[in-house]
Design a binder for this molecule. Structure first.
Ligand SMILES: NC(=O)c1ccc[n+]([C@@H]2O[C@H](COP(=O)([O-])OP(=O)(O)OC[C@H]3O[C@@H](n4cnc5c(N)ncnc54)[C@H](O)[C@@H]3O)[C@@H](O)[C@H]2O)c1
Length: 327
């Protein structure tokens, strides 16, 4: 199949392209290189340096390439920035997605795969905020982690609201125009090519600092838990999403809650880092605990996470060392 991959120069998108190519698909790549890097673009595919907001540029790409499917990874994905600049975030993440949906409709695309987020879409669960729990309220089981796709969506930031909004539009295009879709709600993705100087991506940030022997810090007490899923597992899920006949929303996680403090200890061991982290105040609104139940992805897509945390961390450290990106 001829597949347009947006965000192809990004951390996850570049792996997705490689997995699609290895599965025998023809790829067309799009990115505006805002956070993506030209060096990450896999060879052997046409690349369009186009912004998601550039409706004419997107239309031209479709007229020339006529992709049969879209794997939409491009987004602005910085939670803090999304609170400071909600308009730009909505323009790129929501309107940009709508441009693609309109083109998918016009060109009769047979699949729309979307990178959503388990972390930001579920938030803390509907009634599971710390303050409410402190008041003695108990949350219904479905709204506490591990979240399933039936858990209430409760974004706590503009980025999460953008992604949930896109999910609604995608389902509407499916229903109204017969566009098959797969929405993948990723856990905390980590692995080679993640930006070691980014705002999120705690594993990449720790590895970069530890290998360069720079000081490190942890926000909050480090007891926050996340579901860390290796990037190649996520890329493989995108290939399965193209192949499936089913439309739906799927969590992609390991189902294992891991504390930030544990990540720190494991990485300090792997890199031989001896310094203690500085603890800084936890940002307001940061989710305390999130991890995902991916049973549905197992049933419908035949997907489960295959790379366990120690192996994934080892591979990430290896990549930062060999790519020399920590200097
Ligand atoms: N990294 C994670 O843990 C995680 C978790 C959940 C969901 N996601 C989602 O996965 C996708 C990929 O994220 P990533 O971690 O690889 O981030 P990334 O920043 O490396 O990739 C995003 C890509 O989109 C491109 N982009 C941004 N704005 C654009 C625009 N206006 N037009 C065209 N291209 C644009 C960037 O240049 C970049 O290459 C995003 O949709 C993100 O929301 C990531």
């Amino acid at each position: 199949m001829k597949i347009l991959v947006t965000g192809a120069a990004g951390f996850i998108g570049s792996h997705v392209v490689q997995w699609l190519q290895n599965a025998g698909h023809e790829t067309v790549l799009l990115d505006n290189l805002r956070t993506g890097k030209r060096a990450h673009l896999p060879a052997g595919a046409p690349f369009y340096e186009v912004d998601l907001r550039d409706q004419a540029g997107l239309a031209e790409l479709f007229a020339v390439e006529r992709p049969q499917a879209i794997v939409h990874q491009a987004a602005l994905a910085n939670v803090r920035e999304s609170m400071e600049d909600p308009i730009t975030y909505a323009e790129v993440n929501i309107i940009g997605t709508l441009h693609l949906l309109e083109l998918a409709k016009s060109y009769g695309c047979s699949k729309f795969v979307f990178a959503s987020t388990g972390g930001a879409v579920y938030g803390e669960g509907e009634d599971g905020t710390e303050s409410e729990l402190a008041e003695g309220k108990t949350a219904p089981k479905s709204s506490t982690p591990p979240f399933t796709e039936k858990s209430p969506a409760n974004p706590m930031d503009n980025y999460g609201a953008n992604k949930l909004s896109c999910e609604h539009y995608i389902k509407l295009y499916s229903k109204n125009y017969g566009l098959p879709h797969v929405i993948l709600r990723y856990g905390n993705v980590y692995g080679p090519r993640q930006d070691i100087r980014g705002e999120a991506g705690v594993i990449a940030i720790f590895v970069g600092a530890m290998i360069a022997d720079r000081p490190t810090h942890i926000t909050g007490d480090g007891a926050q838990v996340r579901d860390f899923v290796y990037v190649e597992d996520v890329a493989r899920a995108n290939v399965l999403a193209i192949a499936t006949d089913v439309s739906g929303v799927y969590n992609l996680g390991t189902g294992q809650p891991t504390e930030i403090n544990s990540i720190y200890r494991l990485l300090a061991e792997l890199t031989g880092y001896g310094r203690k982290p500085a603890y800084r105040p936890r940002p307001a609104g940061e989710v305390r605990a999130t991890w995902l139940d991916s049973t549905k992805a197992g049933q419908d897509l035949g997907w489960e996470a295959e790379v366990d945390l120690p192996d994934g961390l080892r591979r990430t450290v290896e990549w930062v060392r060999t790519a020399g990106v920590h200097d």
